[in-house]
Design a protein around this ligand. Sequence first.
Ligand SMILES: [Zn+2]
Ligand SMILES: [Zn+2]
Length: 249
Amino acid sequence: MELVILGAGTALPVPGKSAAGHLLRVGETPLLFDIGPGTIARLSAAGVSYRDLEYVFLSHHHSDHTLDLVTFLQANDSTPGWTRQRPLHIIGCPGTRQFYQKLMEVYPGIAPQTYQLDLREIETQRTILPFGALQAAFTRHTENSMAYRLEAEDKTFVYSGDAVETAELVALARGADLFVCECSFPKGWASAEHLNAAQVGRLARAAGVRQVVLTHQYPPALAVDLAAQVRDEYDGPVTVASDGMRLVF
Ligand SMILES: [Zn+2]
Ligand SMILES: [Zn+2]
């Protein structure tokens, strides 16, 4: 599998740390985990057209993870000389159907015209998709926020979305080959909604993951050696994500 970081940041406009977007390539299939503002343009810059995108996973509905869903749906219905035929699968946490319906109230013109939209709310059941097996866990960042685990091509990818430190996240990340984990703040920074570096290190160690990629940094996390702080708790490889970074695993 290959991971391309499309957005390593948060809702704050920071160069090189755009809002959340993570492209995972499983064989020929591009999968998008979160679709924050600007993600579709950066997807294109990474060599994948929105025309070829069939799967979008939403961890939760905060704007820094979802705003470019509007851009994407708009593009699908208004590209000169091209009509989308292939279905689009949007897989999200509970409440995603209502979120989508509200978007349609605000932007009725972006509703699919020529293609089928498969919108699925997922909970913690194991779901078999054409390219692999998906599992999710609640992360307690919001009441319905979720992390995802995808097993495909004999590898395991886990994406935390926005999260706090829980046993459920440890269980979901167990033995992952690549754990993309939000690391919003430096160690010692207390937050009831996000993870700091010490917490990420503890999660990674407890889950026994093979490597960690730190995403979703707020400015205070950019002012320290975040990877070193995670390594204080965890012995494996740690990478601080930035926009455009590629990792093959
Ligand atoms: Zn966020
Ligand atoms: Zn959030």
